[in-house]
Ligand binder design. Structure first.
Ligand code: PLP
Length: 400
């Protein structure tokens, strides 16, 4: 039995089977590379679903973490800590917003945005008690809490976890007319991912977000973007909505890369007018905004700014896209996406995305299937051109 087999059988004996990982046991990583327990090296093109935009163990983020660990890690929000204010100031500046509410995981931050929208609906818009509605999109992915899976259109995520929370209406992603038609006087917010990453890297038609912005403004409805996966440089702009003009949301939800690949850090970012609605006791989190998270979040954002990771993603993403277009395998139906968030849509006759991921793993590349036929490529934004060239060679060989 190899070390890999040993660890997998030990792990599977005691772990719920809510994931089906590839049979690779990673033991260390640095930058864009990860090593398994048998000493094999892999190029990480999953980046923990875009949580590793800054690469594995970025020295500045690790230094901030270690320094903070040696001083103060947790206070709870019963007291102030000396790190949260500076971190949230940087976050607000980058988002061109005024206030933030710190949480830990992505799903929690989406839940927080939903609570904010409902609170605003009752306190400011004058919606009758318990009547506030939220319009979301089909094929959304916002997380795994009971409320969030209740308005998923994916039966595996939703069906056996009811009864579900009412108050959500689904419309087709990318259809601005359907969005406008779904809004009623009781609608508090529209919740949308600027690119549906988990659904298979679905990019909406041009001007969809600016149309959503206009529709929300005209109807006194909040526009909320879930940029947990698309934000912080991944798509070639700091935020994916910035690919359109006049599409800025009222509320921005961030997570994943906000934690620099070392710690769960998420946040809801908005105006003082909106986030100022919360009164003490109406929301909270033991760990949200803790000094360690703040130190890590601050460093994670500093790296994104200092190393111009959004610009890198734009430049390298354009190059990778063109290189993949040149692969020209009959197995490839389409390559789509923005920046370094790309999806390779595979012809069903050629096999599944999972079988391709397994073939690429044998060649030293970590990738992940989304929705059976789409293989997502999302390497750390710190990746270098020669590494991308090598990646394209491996992909071309795997398709042969
Ligand atoms: C767009 C989006 N929203 C929310 C989430 C949920 O984040 P978390 O797994 O940290 O709860 C994810 C995770 O993949 C995501 O991609």
């Amino acid at each position: 039995m190899t070390r890999t087999d040993e660890i997998i059988s030990q792990t599977e004996a005691v772990t719920a089977r809510n994931y089906a990982p590839l049979p690779i046991v990673i033991t260390r990583a640095e930058g864009v590379w990860a090593w398994d327990v048998d000493g094999r090296r892999y190029l990480d093109c999953v980046s923990a679903y875009s949580s590793l935009n800054q690469g594995h163990r970025h020295p500045k983020i690790i230094a901030a973490l270690v320094q903070q660990v040696n001083r103060l890690t947790l206070t709870s929000r019963a007291f102030h800590n000396d790190r949260m204010g500076a971190y949230l100031s940087r976050l607000c500046r980058l988002c061109e917003m005024e206030m933030a509410l710190p949480m830990n995981t992505g799903a929690e931050a989406v839940e927080t945005a939903i609570k904010l929208a409902r609170l605003w609906g009752y306190r400011r818009k004058g919606i009758a008690a318990d009547a506030a509605g939220i319009v979301a999109c089909r094929n959304n992915f916002h997380g795994r809490t009971t409320t969030l899976v209740g308005f998923s259109s994916e039966s595996r995520y939703r069906d056996l976890f009811g009864p579900h929370s009412p108050g959500f209406t689904l419309v087709d992603f990318g259809d601005a007319d359907a969005l406008a038609a779904a809004i009623t006087p009781n609608t508090a917010a529209v919740l949308v991912e600027p690119i549906q990453a988990e659904a298979g890297v679905i990019v909406p038609p041009a001007d969809y977000l600016s149309a959503a912005r206009r529709i929300c403004r005209e109807n006194n409805v909040l526009l909320i973007y879930d940029e947990i996966q698309t934000g912080l440089g991944r798509t070639g702009k700091l935020f994916a909505y910035q690919h359109e003009t006049d599409a800025k949301p009222d509320v921005l939800i961030l997570g994943k890369a906000l934690g620099g690949g070392v710690y769960p850090v998420s946040a809801v970012v908005s105006s003082a007018e909106l986030l100022g609605i919360f009164e003490p006791g109406e929301h909270g989190s033991t760990f949200g905004g803790n000094p360690l998270a703040a130190a890590v979040g601050d460093a994670a954002l500093a790296v994104i700014e200092d190393e111009a990771l959004a610009e890198r993603a734009a430049e390298l993403g354009t190059w990778l896209r063109k290189a993949l277009d040149r692969v020209r395998s009959p197995a490839i139906r389409e390559v789509r996406g923005r920046g370094l968030l790309l999806g390779i849509d595979i012809e069903p006759e050629a096999g599944t995305a999972r079988s391709l991921s397994a073939r690429l793993a044998e060649r030293g590349v970590l990738t992940k299937d989304t929705h059976v036929q789409v293989m997502r490529l999302a390497p750390p934004l710190t990746i270098e051109k020669p590494e991308l060239e090598w990646l394209v060679e491996q992909i071309a060989a795997a398709f042969e």
